[in-house]
Design a protein around this ligand. Sequence first.
Ligand code: 3PG
Ligand code: CO
Length: 545
Amino acid sequence: GTAWKLADHPKLPERSSPSPVVVLDGWAEASPDKYNCIHVADTPTMDSLRNAHGTAVGLPTDDDMGNSEVGHNALGAGRIYAQGAKLVDLALASGKIYEDEGFNYIKESFANNTLHLIGLLSDGGVHSRLDQLQLLLKGASERGAKRIRVHVLTDGRDVVDGSSVGFAETLEKDLAELCGKGIDAQVASGGGRMYVTMDRYENDWEVVKRGWDAQVLGEAPHKFKSVVEGIKKLREAPNANDQYLPPFVIVDENGKPVGPIMDGDAVVTFNFRADRMTMLAQALEYEKFDKFDRVRFPKIRYAGMLQYDGELKLPSHYLVSPPLIERTSGEYLVNNGIRTFACSETVKFGHVTFFWNGNRSGYFNSELEEYVEIPSDSGITFNVQPKMKALEIGEKARDAILSRKFDQIRVNIPNGDMVGHTGDIEATIVACKAADEAVKMILDAIEQVGGIYVVTADHGNAEDMVKRNKKGEPLVGKDGKVQIQTSHTLQPVPVAVGGPGLRGGVKFRKDVPNGGLANVAATVMNLHGFVAPDDYETTLIEVVD
Ligand code: 3PG
Ligand code: CO
């Protein structure tokens, strides 16, 4: 068994006053121009943190664009794990994916039934990757899949809006090649990721239902002969956007849907990232299910690209084993008596709970922990309500601090990211101001109780809303307009540590040149008065007397 007892820090006292860890989602540092919404917005609290005694240091991201999953995993786990994307790459490259249990389980259906592949059609690399889908199509067809149907979700969020057309063309070409080899392979349905299927943390089950109707029942408001034609048509609507395309099905010459999911079929959800696949996974796997009327519950062989929830063991079959993230900082701290409060609104709630705790839902010790979810607005795009629930999160955190019932208060403030993803610059500026105000509420409370704070971010987004050339100049599209960037960025994020409870002599170390998000866990353990386990990435602070 794990020895949970952490050694006492030689110089830092065990905290009896509260320490909040605030994660600003989608908030990094970039050149101050009009596409930097954090710069344009009035954000005095964060500005003061950034300038305060040089406490801000850049936390570089990994090679790929950072995202909330890897960000919060690293923040919570304190170590760097090979993540889903990498593990799938390795399994595909070595061919091991075809030897393991998950593939052999779905393969049973190949002889007489259809293989369905459902997922995000994108090369963003956050939830899925097109090249992995291409390899899987090839691998499955070489191993007996004779009838294949792909159910696509268009992106425009981790990649530029409009890029779905090109991805669909690539996929169509691949499927046509398979058809040339005598395999009946087509796209069967589609829809925009934010409107169809890829909801998260149970914000809006209607999103999953729309996908279910198209993918399983073969029913949708739009019917097309091909996916490329469909996406192009749907994009002609005013304000159409890849993220929000309505659901559609592909039909044959008689108007019949080409690929509803039937008894005996195999289904793979090919996203590797968990948060936006677990709702569909429940619908596909659970016999008992009351989130929406499935109408028909086909008896299928279902496997996820990964197992999405380690606690729920969901789904029970999967092609690639997920990173085994164990001994997270949250579990250590709770086992050392640290009373923990975690809070965000629905769309980011799982980030400070599920991702933070190594992709596990639930408490380690419900007597010492309280997780509070503030319901997000649903059925809207967040540029319509850019303040989101920032102030409510701030209030809950403030109350938790003032109650003195908790030692660690962990929050995610979603605005910079969620509104940044809409590409609406005006709204993102309002969003950043609201996030800043929430930070102020929390810092004011810490001031009152004499606590310590850590404020950081999981990755960038709102600080740069435009695509740029190598020189850093905004790129202009064919339509003469600047190309809006809806995705995350590669920019370094801030980290600030302070508060009246911080003992004198605590300084940022200068000898952690490649510091990153995984260094935050050991730092937070120190601030609670403990030394982090040996295999954790090193702390960012030292005590000089
Ligand atoms: C999303 O799922 O909203 C984006 O693809 C990534 O955003 P996140 O990593 O900030 O959640
Ligand atoms: Co994001």
